[in-house]
Design a protein around this ligand. Structure first.
Ligand code: SF4
Length: 179
């Protein structure tokens, strides 16, 4: 096939569970590979997102590097998709929004059980944590959302095959869940 659809994926403040669920499409991956080429993704060695048709984003935004990556995807992907609860509303990591960042860092690096040589990491190589975890739609425009923690393999399959076949994606009721 001459012009394959280019698909990029990334995990921001995610747990890779959404990627794992995507891979649960199992043997349908072979069918997908006939029409889709992967660009930047944890599944490839491509470091930066090139112009793509579809970008799948797992995870919310919790640090400065997440913002950079998300903006790169928005710039290069025609269609950007919030995949999973974390990307859609911050998900479970968003629970830290109820606690001031300084307290979170203190508990992890200064006062926590078993902490030795207490200090908050400050190497400039490390991305700075944001004051809160944000859903990705608060940083860039999002075109579609796939609910679930994670969305099931069938959700990925239905959504992607709709798009690839030129249909407006729609999920049947039984595939829509938020847990
Ligand atoms: S939505 Fe659930 S499975 Fe997906 S990254 Fe977040 S915690 Fe993991």
């Amino acid at each position: 096939m001459a012009n394959k659809i280019r698909l990029a994926t990334t995990s921001l403040a995610g747990c890779f569970g959404c990627h794992t669920s995507f891979l649960d499409i199992d043997e349908r991956l072979l069918k997908l590979a006939e029409v889709v080429e992967f660009d930047r993704s944890p599944l490839t060695d491509i470091e930066h997102c090139n112009p793509c048709d579809i970008g799948l984003i797992e995870g919310g935004v919790c640090n400065s590097e997440n913002i950079h990556t998300l903006r790169e995807f928005r710039k290069h992907c025609k269609i950007l998709v919030a995949v999973g609860a974390c990307a859609i509303n911050g998900g479970l990591p968003g629970y830290r929004n109820t606690i001031p960042l300084e307290e979170c860092l203190g508990e992890s690096y200064l006062d926590g059980i078993g902490v030795e040589n207490p200090q908050i990491p400050s190497d400039p190589e490390l991305p700075l944590l944001l004051n809160k975890v944000y859903p990705i739609h608060e940083v860039v425009k999002i075109d579609y959302s796939l609910p679930g923690c994670p969305p099931s393999a069938d959700v990925f399959w239905k959504f992607l095959t709709d798009l690839i076949d030129g249909r407006e994606p729609s999920l049947p009721y039984e595939l829509v869940h938020y847990d």
